[in-house]
Design a protein around this ligand. Structure first.
Ligand code: E4P
Length: 217
């Protein structure tokens, strides 16, 4: 499973990128707002740092304007994936932008039928939002499994990009059901390394090592 980082904070991306953990980055208007940066500038900086796809989201609601915005965003760098919302206008924009050779990430997906339409429109990525479904007491992970089955039934090559990943359990489940990609905040990716038995085991090894009086270096 590929790891995308869901943030517009350049320093946090750089830290994970140095570990080889970053296969791509996703941003959205809220993350750009949080960063306090100009969308064109920060997206360029991220796209130069990371080799994989960097999603930058359009903010128009009509297809024609989405297409214009998408073309402008795509010009920032060759690894930009234009993010469009899963609306009828967004699907139209997806179709045009992919025909022009751009990567397109269709976002705000909350049903299997929406994901089917995105694949038909030629999306490079479909972003189902796990956490936001869980927020309203629905099973986000069941949606990922359904989309996996539908895409496999018909051989669609649109990649499932599990989004709105809020917990390490979401990350585990996304991997278990065969999501192609997950995008998670840096904090969640780091938490995946944690286990209380690792901490306990390390503490006991350190205590015993102390008793040997030896040094390696
Ligand atoms: C994905 O592309 C979105 O930016 C993101 O995953 C949304 O996550 P949230 O529901 O935690 O805001």
């Amino acid at each position: 499973m590929k790891f995308f980082v869901d943030t517009a904070e350049v320093d946090e991306i750089a830290e994970l990128n140095a570990l080889g953990m970053v296969d791509g980055v996703t941003t959205n208007p809220s993350l750009i707002m949080k960063s306090g940066r100009d969308i064109l500038e920060v997206t360029k900086e991220i796209a130069e740092m990371v080799e994989g796809p960097v999603s930058a989201e359009v903010v128009a609601l009509e297809a024609d304007q989405m297409i214009e915005e998408g073309r402008k965003l795509a010009k920032i760098a060759p690894n930009i994936a234009v993010k469009v919302p899963l609306t009828w206008a967004g699907l139209k924009a997806c179709n045009v932008l992919t025909d022009e050779g751009n990567m397109v990430n269709v976002t705000l997906c909350f049903s299997a039928n929406q994901a089917l339409l995105a694949a038909k429109a030629g999306a490079t990525f479909i972003s189902p939002f796990i956490g936001r479904l869980d927020d309203i007491n629905l099973d986000g992970m069941e949606l990922i499994a359904d989309i996996r089955q539908i895409y496999d039934n018909y051989g669609f090559d649109t990649q499932i990009l599990s989004a709105s990943i809020r917990t390490v359990n979401h990350a585990y489940q996304a991997a278990m059901v065969g999501s192609d990609v997950m995008t998670a905040p840096p904090k969640v990716i780091k938490q995946m390394a944690e286990h209380p038995l690792t901490d306990k085991g390390l503490a006991s090894f350190m205590a015993d090592w102390e008793k040997t009086g030896q040094k390696i270096l």
